[in-house]
Design a binder for this molecule. Structure first.
Ligand code: MN
Length: 285
């Protein structure tokens, strides 16, 4: 199933070029009171709501996908975990280019570990990316994004994929420079998630997916998730040995070689096999 959040926080099931509006299912979410949970309530309840979503989708009002403003498929992630330099050729390009490494020691991911992006940086395709500090180099990074489905702590590699709710395309927008990654990668709109969530039952094996990004029609990144240094199960095991992962937490799996600058006026077209394509406009904040 492809689940999207669109327009005024509506929930939809995408099939071909139509979106079936299943917003009514949100009434079945558990009632909440302060303090609110630090995870995404919809993703946490997906296993319980799945049947009702499928039932509603059959009779739901359908609207053309092209007319929908697609928002981040996850509304309230507790955290956004990201992998640095998780493709060998990207590690090589960063180490070779001072405009990329800025004098920082670039370690292999096993030594560098993971990092966090601010949840306030998260947007969907329709929001677009709004660049700050346009005098500096702002880069695109296309990445397979994993959405965690249930609480995960010290998960084994073998069990890891059973903790996944689904997959999206992720863009990890990055200001190049000497500062900490979390600082350079966390301005508002610097994490794009979309265009929808493909549930894990529809994509049981993320280990061999083509991914790509074009910027204003020019090819930039072309790779396959089979080139990941730490693959999805290994990343979940690694992350959950430090953090407790909760439903709706987003794991950005790292970007391949070919990173490059974006400017106001550009349009990024990102594609991941079996997920889809999203077009994201770039402007100045
Ligand atoms: Mn990245």
């Amino acid at each position: 199933m492809k689940l999207c959040r669109f327009d005024d926080n509506r929930l939809g099931v995408v099939s071909d070029d139509q979106v079936h509006d299943v917003t009514d299912v949100l009434a079945g979410l558990p009632a909440m009171q302060y303090p609110y949970p630090m995870f995404d309530a919809l993703i946490a309840s997906l296993p319980d709501l799945r049947g009702e979503i499928e039932r509603l989708a059959k009779s739901a009002r359908a609207v053309p996908l092209a007319s929908c403003r697609l928002l981040s498929p996850v509304a309230n992630p507790g955290k956004i975990v990201a992998a640095p330099v998780n493709y060998q050729k990207h590690l090589q390009e960063v180490r070779k280019d001072a405009n990329l490494h800025h004098g920082n020691m670039i370690n292999e991911i096993e030594r560098a570990g993971l990092f966090l992006k601010a949840t306030s940086s998260l947007v969907g395709q329709a929001d677009g990316v709004h660049l700050v500090h346009t005098d500096r180099r702002n880069d695109h990074e296309v990445e397979l994004a994993v959405v965690i489905g249930k609480r995960a702590k010290n998960v084994t590699r073998e069990a890891a994929l059973s903790y996944v709710a689904g997959y999206c395309i992720g863009l990890d927008i990055t200001i190049r420079g000497p500062e900490e990654r979390s600082f350079r990668k966390s301005p508002d709109s610097y994490t794009v998630l979309g265009p929808w969530l493909v549930t894990a039952d529809e994509l049981p094996d993320p280990s061999s997916l083509d991914l790509s990004i074009d910027v204003s029609g020019a090819a930039r990144q072309r790779s396959n998730t089979s080139d990941l240094i730490l693959d999805v199960p290994a990343l979940i095991a690694f992350a959950s040995s430090f953090y407790t992962l909760n439903p709706g937490d987003i794991l950005l799996t790292g970007t391949p070689e070919g990173v490059g600058p974006i400017e106001p006026g550009d349009v990024m077209t990102a594609t991941i096999q079996r997920i889809g394509t999203m077009n994201v406009a770039v402007s100045a904040a």
